[in-house]
Design a protein around this ligand. Structure first.
Ligand code: RP5
Length: 164
């Protein structure tokens, strides 16, 4: 199976990416995780993107906050699908990172998930890999069914409490 590459602009983004890693691990998807910054280590970020396909990656998840150019900078150097996670920083409730990540010019797409959307980034990466992996697609179906069952359990508990 192709690996998922996870890149974050700073280790301060790690709490968001832990959710990404946990979700990928639960689905038995191999991944590799790095701290590379579009601004502080531009050469390392560029090299990672340029070599990602050759190094066995199928999708790259890039997470950054503030002036969040990392996903775009990665996408500029690979035609692998790139998923951007805007991370909420100290100002503007994450709107700075959201706009910096999502507003890509035509020609260089970044599939942007919600602010701090670490779980959905992993699930979207899984769905991309599952296009050519039926076993993974089945695991995703099972997760959807299990997640739905949990919601219905909560509804049943609420109904029981309200209708005492
Ligand atoms: C961004 O700047 C990082 O992705 C992080 O979200 C933010 C702050 O980085 P640190 O100052 O915590 O290293 O590049």
């Amino acid at each position: 199976m192709k690996k998922v590459g996870i890149v974050m602009g700073s280790d301060s983004d790690l709490p968001i990416l832990r959710k990404t890693m946990d979700t990928l691990a639960a689905l038995d998807i191999p991944f590799e995780c790095h701290v590379y910054s579009a601004h502080r280590t531009p050469e390392e970020a560029r090299d990672f993107a340029l070599n990602a396909r050759h190094n066995g990656f199928g999708v790259i998840i890039a997470a950054a906050g503030m002036a969040a150019h990392l996903a775009g900078a990665i996408a500029a150097n690979t035609t692998l699908p790139v998923i951007g996670i805007p991370c909420k920083g100290p100002c503007f409730d994450g709107m700075d990172a959201l706009l910096s990540t999502v507003m890509m010019p035509s020609g260089i797409p970044v599939a942007t998930v919600a602010v701090n959307g670490g779980v959905n980034a992993a699930l979207l990466a899984a769905q991309i890999i599952a296009v050519s992996d039926d076993a993974l697609a089945a695991r995703l179906d099972a997760k959807r069914a299990s997640d739905a069952a949990k919601v219905l359990e909560k509804d049943a508990a609420l109904q029981a409490e309200l209708n005492k």
